[in-house]
Design a protein around this ligand. Sequence first.
Ligand code: NAD
Length: 329
Amino acid sequence: MKILFYDTKKYDKESFDMVAPEFPDMEIDYLETDLNKHTARLAAGYDAICAFVSSDVSEAVVNRLGECGVKLILMRCAGFNNVDLKAAAANNITVLRVPGYSPEAVAEHAMALALAVNRRIHKGYIKVRENNFSLIGLTGTNFHGKVAGIVGTGKIGAAMCRICHGFGMKVIAYDMYKNPDLDFVTYVSLDEVLKNSDLISLHCPLLKGTYHMINKDTIAMMKDNVILVNTSRGALIATEDLISGIRSKKFFGVGLDVYEEETNNVFENREDDILETSITARLLSFPNVIVTSHQGFLTKEALAAISETTLTNARDFAAGKVNEANLVK
Ligand code: NAD
């Protein structure tokens, strides 16, 4: 099977090269450029393409891939909100993903953001580097004894529940499906999570029903001085409403690994660019906001699991079988 790998970063190639010897029938060509309507045609002659969270896998791109004879889209990530599944079905292209490569990697990053923004680590680090040893402005709150509200208790949300429990927090959660492993979690309605939590962490997928689930009405329900963390998908939060909420001092802190309009920024060095939108700049203007660039997945363990599962998906497909759990439809 010939696979064209889009948007290759150094760490992608290293982790795929590490497992490649286990998959001698897979021939991978790595491209630095990402998938879009201009680069889709490069897939002519390939059986499969491998794409990531910021790749453009929209209808026009999928149609182009279909014309090129591509039969398989390998998403090397869990999310698939950027893939036009109707177009994939119409072109008889199978879409496979990596649903749970290392939930702890993302959950640990969510807690890292929560802790950093709570204890103002980002401010303390800069101050000390400038020989400013004053503690003014760095007062945080204890997480121990506080309420963590987890929205979505799938693989990552469950890992976050366990971490918060380990911190001595009372853990409440909202999900349509109760996770039977989480006997220490109290399931409540979404409204109750919003009203009662000191720390809210989002772990549900971006779907029509979850788009802008955090908006001016749901922000108004939250406790004053809440900490909000989003490591899931940017569009779960209506960013303009979030910015208004931050300005009205609703939040003690906000930690974002994902944000709306991140697509052009994610994984790119844009230090010489004039950015097209001001969302990032406005978010970064607040002293109680930390933004990271979709790095929740970035641990050695997660990268190893992503490459192993992606190539297993490809091998299974070539052998005429598909792991239903990894199939996106
Ligand atoms: P998962 O499928 O295991 O769990 C998602 C959970 O959300 C499920 O239990 C589902 O029932 C629940 N859910 C669906 N709609 C909901 C709603 N309206 N309200 C509350 N819960 C709802 O997925 P996961 O592996 O835990 O991943 C969660 C999300 O994390 C992914 O969708 C992806 O967007 C994101 N993610 C981010 C990174 C990163 O690097 N920042 C990495 C991987 C995944």
